[in-house]
Design a protein around this ligand. Structure first.
Ligand SMILES: [Zn+2]
Length: 124
C-alpha cells in the first residue's frame, strides 16, 4: 500500500509509453505485422516496433511548458495515421538519420534512444 509515493515518476507511463501505449502498439503490430521500411512480399520482415512518422517531440513540448504545444504533441503521439510498423533495424537507422539532423525523437527522459539496439548503446 504505497500511496502518494513518487514511484510513478520517471516511469515509462509518464513519457506516454505506458500501459495504454503497450496495448495500442500491440494492436497496431497485429494489424500491420510487417516492417514498413524493408519488408516486401518476396521477403517479409516482421516489425517489432511502432514508430511515429512525425516525431511527437513530447519531451521538447513538455520542456517548453506551452499547453498547446504539449496537446499537439500528444495528438501526434496518439494519431494512428502517424504510426508505422518497423523492424528494429529500420527503427535504428531512422533514428540515426534524425540524429544527424540534430534531432532526437524517440528518446527517453535521460536523452538516450529508447531502442536498446540503437547504435548509441554500442561502443564504436
Ligand atoms: Zn525494416
Amino acid at each position: 500500500m504505497s500511496s502518494g509515493r513518487a514511484d510513478r515518476r520517471g516511469t515509462a507511463a509518464s513519457r506516454g509509453y505506458g500501459y495504454r501505449w503497450q496495448l495500442a502498439r500491440e494492436d497496431h503490430l497485429r494489424r500491420n505485422p510487417f516492417c514498413g521500411g524493408c519488408s516486401s512480399p518476396a521477403r517479409p520482415v516482421l516489425a517489432q516496433v511502432v514508430d511515429h512518422k512525425t516525431p511527437p517531440r513530447l519531451k521538447e513540448a513538455k520542456a517548453s511548458g506551452d499547453p498547446e504545444r504539449i496537446a499537439a504533441a500528444w495528438r501526434l503521439f496518439w494519431s494512428r495515421d502517424n504510426w508505422q510498423s518497423l523492424c528494429t533495424n529500420c527503427h535504428s537507422s531512422d533514428k540515426q538519420r534524425f540524429e544527424k539532423s540534430g534531432r532526437q525523437p524517440g528518446c527517453g527522459t535521460d536523452g538516450r534512444p529508447l531502442d536498446p539496439r540503437h547504435h548509441w548503446h554500442r561502443p564504436g
